[in-house]
Ligand binder design. Structure first.
Ligand code: SAM
Length: 243
């Protein structure tokens, strides 16, 4: 870890837990998997207690970054990560080396500090432009002109752990942003959109946003034989199904 990391001051809601005794009970399961979430955890990774629940584990984030890098249309050189969280996906996008610039938006200031700090640990902070604020506002007011050159990735909140118990997850009632809100807002910015959603998401609802006879690809991302989540790819992504 560089001096720079050590000298940084963490806000009070940000932690780096070293021992199980320090970890709140509801996070202990996540903490036990800390190296799968961030392989460089011991280098001083920061998380807020809430961020543990939403962070994309590193192998999954790397696989998604790899797929987007490979399958996105060539003319797209910017990756916008609308919900950066603690940086799981943002770091993977920056590490992929595919993007001229990664733009990362997060509305919670403490969580954004975690993402910036974690990106430094992974050596990619300089490849990322950070925005603190509401992604819909930032995209509309600060990034609008970049739309035609961008791929938009969004890993929105899923409305708490309830999604785990639904056989089919109703994306129209997803809190706080429904599939309709996400798609409508983002499609005003770009037509290359990737959404990271619960594994049980209703694919019929996803299909509604496919234009005419175009196609969307749904890809499940698995760890140890079980789907963790899925991504739906809207736009001109080449992929296993179109190769
Ligand atoms: C599921 S987490 C993202 C996790 C991230 N992909 C990672 O790997 O760390 C969702 C994040 O979106 C943030 N958020 C919620 N509403 C937002 C909004 N309107 N604009 C920007 N960020 C928002 C939350 O604070 C939360 O950190």
């Amino acid at each position: 870890m560089s001096e720079d990391h050590i000298s940084e001051e963490a806000p009070p809601e940000v932690h780096h837990y070293n021992e199980i005794g320090e970890v709140p009970w509801d996070i202990q399961n996540y903490w036990a998997q800390r190296y799968r979430i961030f392989s460089k955890y011991d280098e001083g990774v920061w998380l807020t207690d809430d961020a543990w629940f939403g962070v994309t584990p590193e192998p999954v984030a790397n696989k998604i970054a790899d797929h987007i890098a490979k399958y996105a249309p060539e003319g797209r050189s910017i990756l916008v990560d609308a919900f950066a969280g603690a940086g799981g996906n943002t770091i993977a996008f920056a590490l992929s080396g595919r993007w001229k610039r990664v733009y990362a938006i997060e509305k919670n200031p403490a969580v954004l500090k975690c993402a910036k700090h974690n990106a430094k640990i992974y050596g990619v902070d300089h490849k990322i432009t950070w925005f603190e604020g509401d992604c819909f506002d930032v995209i509309k007011n600060q990034l609008k002109v970049l739309g035609p050159y961008s791929v938009l990735f969004a890993s929105p909140p899923w409305g708490g752990p309830g999604y785990r118990y639904d056989e089919i997850f109703d994306l129209s009632t997803m809190e706080p942003y429904s599939i309709n809100t996400l798609f409508t807002e983002y499609s005003m910015f770009t037509d290359q959109i990737v959404l990271y959603l619960p594994r049980t998401s209703d694919v019929r609802q996803l299909a509604k946003y496919v234009k005419g006879t175009e196609q969307a690809t749904v890809m499940h991302y698995c760890m140890e034989g079980a789907s963790k989540a899925l991504c739906v790819y809207y736009g001109d992504f080449r992929g296993p199904s179109t190769d």
